[in-house]
Write a protein that binds this ligand. Structure first.
Ligand SMILES: [Zn+2]
Ligand SMILES: [Zn+2]
Length: 379
């Protein structure tokens, strides 16, 4: 027959101890005899015994059964660890202890888990035409990838990491501290193994134990038509490798678009200065203008003023979000007055001048309004 100590004796309390007293006694003893701390012979057994006693006495029903029938009343003739694990429903004493003390330290004691790889940002320079037409280009960049020699373990192939001597493989260090309410346990990640519980004694020669290595990569980037400086293309999962099976980060390509020597961009609209001479402005005519699709003929009506605006629908920048959408090409007339005239031109203009009225009309309301409207360039 096995000899099993009385649960009340184990916790050093008397039979009518309150719930609070039971809890207190358990805390004190569990702490004192935790295998991390108590290195004496039989410490494991004592710790299990304490937990087993507490498991029964903290539960009013089980405690009542135990009070009436002793160990038999709580299914408990088996001894030691087996019995404890069998009826407690817990995985082991470690779990019980953690459930009790982890409370506010939950985050600190959790093992390092999956870690997503870092995002990467690289710059891509584009000409204005490339930005407007869209472009496909290969870029070269460097990223950290899981070492393929050790498959990210950091250890030399065919070697195993050793259990950390500092934390005995638990990955955490418990320190007793004292505050107003008594002793409590501060749990932090073990610094020797970074909370992993294992240390690599023979590092992988390729990554030197870093688990990752820098690699040069080429990637094909498809830039949609209509992008602007500051836009970013995201390549899912093309960033750095994660750690501990974490997913990889993303690769961002930030675009830097060179300005166009002709077009001013304003959202989806492109503005083009339309230089025309005195005669064209007066008589009208046809000229060639640059557009995103090459040169096009543009018919100038007669009597054009500087600042006059012509809007060519759908000849502006494509919309990156909607292939069918395009902005407008806005032409702004700039009537260029010649600064140098040869003799013949001078004579012709003199003759022309004689045909014009010599008085200037400053109080033409419509002309005045038109002029200021043009200056405001309200497109
Ligand atoms: Zn390696
Ligand atoms: Zn450790």
């Amino acid at each position: 027959m096995t000899t099993k100590r009385d649960f009340y004796d184990v916790l050093s309390i008397n039979k009518n101890a309150s719930d609070e007293e039971i809890k207190k006694a358990y805390r004190r003893l569990a702490f004192e005899h935790h295998p991390d701390r108590d290195r004496s012979e039989g410490a494991d057994g004592r710790f299990k015994e304490i937990n087993e006693a507490y498991e029964i006495l903290r539960d009013n029903d089980k405690r009542a059964a135990y009070d009436r029938f002793g160990h038999a009343g709580v299914g408990g003739e088996p001894t030691g660890a087996r019995g404890f694990e069998g009826h407690s429903g817990f995985g082991g004493f470690g779990d019980i202890f953690d459930a009790f003390f982890s409370g506010s330290n939950g985050a600190a004691r959790s093992r390092p888990s999956k870690e997503r790889g870092a995002d990467l940002l690289i710059e891509m320079k584009l000409t204005f035409d490339e930005a407007m037409q869209g472009v496909e280009r290969e870029v070269r960049f460097q990223r950290s990838e899981t070492c393929d020699i050790c498959r990210g373990s950091g250890g030399k192939p065919n070697t195993e990491p050793e259990i950390c001597s500092s934390c005995k493989g638990t990955g955490e260090v418990r320190r007793t501290q004292q505050n107003l309410f008594g002793q409590y346990v501060n749990i932090s990640a073990c610094s020797k193994c970074n909370g992993e519980g294992r240390v690599i004694t023979q590092p992988c020669p390729t990554c030197r134990g870093n688990r990752r290595i820098k690699k040069e990569r080429n990637i094909r980037v498809v830039v949609p038509a209509g992008v602007d400086s500051g836009n970013r293309v995201r390549m899912n999962g093309e960033g750095e490798s994660g750690r501990r099976s974490g997913s990889p980060g993303d690769l961002y390509i930030e675009l830097n678009v060179a300005p166009s020597p002709m077009f001013q961009r304003e959202g989806l609209n492109l503005f083009l200065r339309l230089p025309i001479n005195l005669a064209q402005a007066s008589l009208g005519g046809e000229i060639k203008i640059p557009t995103l699709n090459g040169e096009e003929n543009f018919k100038i009506p007669s009597g054009i003023q500087s600042g006059q605006v012509f809007r060519l629908k759908g000849k502006g920048s494509p919309d990156i979000h909607n292939k069918k959408m395009k902005g407008d090409l806005v032409l702004i007339a700039d009537v260029v007055v010649p600064q140098k005239l040869n003799k013949d031109q001078k004579e012709l203009l003199e003759k022309f001048k004689d045909t014009l009225p010599s008085e200037i009309d400053f109080i033409n309301k419509d002309e005045t309004k038109n002029f200021f409207d043009r200056l405001r360039l309200n497109f």
